[in-house]
Design a protein around this ligand. Structure first.
Ligand code: ADP
Ligand code: MG
Length: 306
């Protein structure tokens, strides 16, 4: 295509809510045949809410909620934001977005907050070393789940929820069950992607049953679940080694490396800056249907009908 055509295409993209890093990006967009979709925040709203809090025998659910919330108040992750917003029952109905955070005088903020992408968070709250994250993370840190918590995790996952474990001072103390909803436009986007000849694959760090639950709602057949951030990159590379031209859509810190590895990285404009920086295209409104617009636009701009 001529430079003029590419510039016109880029301008048209901006009107559609697609920010394109450079004109050459349209060329890679045109060749894509496989599209890998992150689950949380990409196919789902990422506006998670706390469904329930389960305490281990002898522990208080209120402590579990309170210490987890104090730690997660420094977190950018959708799970962290949900837990922070639910720190007290009064707060629960309001805060989903970070912009409506209310002060929580009853807990001091965490010291030494550390985010382990795709695993969870750790830090010190009120003198306790607190960990919140995927149940296997706690087990790795010699905090195996007692049977009543293991059961709570199993039950929650069976219902399509995400269960995170909470531990402090070397012991697993509770489980927080969070849920997410599929974006209303995701199913239509999946149908349109397939109509353009692109096979969607759901890639997530979440558990397999939660992934299957979402995939069924939007009509995706391929699922890769329980994936650590580093393995998201490996999965994209594996598809590329099969000769596929891979687009990846994501929003999180944990997606950044995979977005950079993909032949075409698309970031949700509603996502983290790290994901946006790693991508070739940004979908300003965070609507998956705009990924379809981007592919159509590039094919039209470059004059190819597939
Ligand atoms: P996704 O691929 O769906 O965006 P992530 O890779 O970000 O998911 O996270 C994978 C898993 O790691 C989550 O399902 C959760 O168990 C755990 N996790 C990640 N970040 C946090 C956090 N801030 N608090 C608790 N758990 C977390
Ligand atoms: Mg995500």
């Amino acid at each position: 295509a001529t430079p003029t055509a590419l510039m016109v295409g880029t301008g048209r993209g901006a009107q559609l809510g697609i920010l394109i890093k450079g004109p050459e990006v349209l060329e890679s967009t045109r060749r894509v045949d496989t599209i890998v979709l992150d689950k949380t925040g990409t196919v789902t709203t990422g506006e998670m809410t706390v469904h329930s809090v389960v305490a281990a025998d002898g522990e208080s659910a209120d402590d579990v909620r309170r210490l987890a919330a104090a730690l997660e108040s420094a977190s950018e992750h959708p799970i962290g934001r949900a837990i922070a917003a639910a720190s007290t029952p009064e707060d629960a109905p309001v805060g989903i977005g970070s912009e409506i955070r209310t002060p929580r005088p009853q807990v001091s903020p965490a010291e030494g907050f550390t985010n382990r992408a795709g695993l969870g968070v750790e830090g010190v709250v009120d003198g306790h070393a607190v960990v919140v994250g995927r149940p296997s993370l706690l087990a790795d840190w010699s905090q195996p789940l007692p049977p009543e918590l293991a059961e709570a995790v199993d039950r929650a996952q069976g219902e399509g929820f995400t269960a995170v474990a909470v531990g402090w001072d070397g012991r697993a103390r509770g489980v927080i069950v969070v849920g997410d909803t599929v974006k209303p436009t995701s199913a239509e986007a999946v149908r349109e992607l397939r109509a353009l000849g692109l096979e969607p694959i759901l890639l997530t760090g979440d558990n397999e049953r939660a992934a299957r639950h979402v995939a069924a709602q939007v009509g995706i057949n391929g699922i890769v679940a329980d994936v650590l951030p580093a393995d998201k990159v490996a999965e994209v590379r594996r598809l590329q080694e099969m000769g596929l031209v891979v687009a990846m859509v994501g929003d999180g810190v944990n997606d950044a490396a995979a977005l950079a590895q993909a032949d075409l990285g698309l970031a949700m404009g509603t996502g983290t800056d790290v994901a946006i920086e790693a991508s070739d295209l940004t979908l300003v409104r965070g609507d998956l249907r705009v990924a379809v617009d981007a592919i159509r636009l590039s094919r039209r701009t470059l004059g190819t009908i597939k």
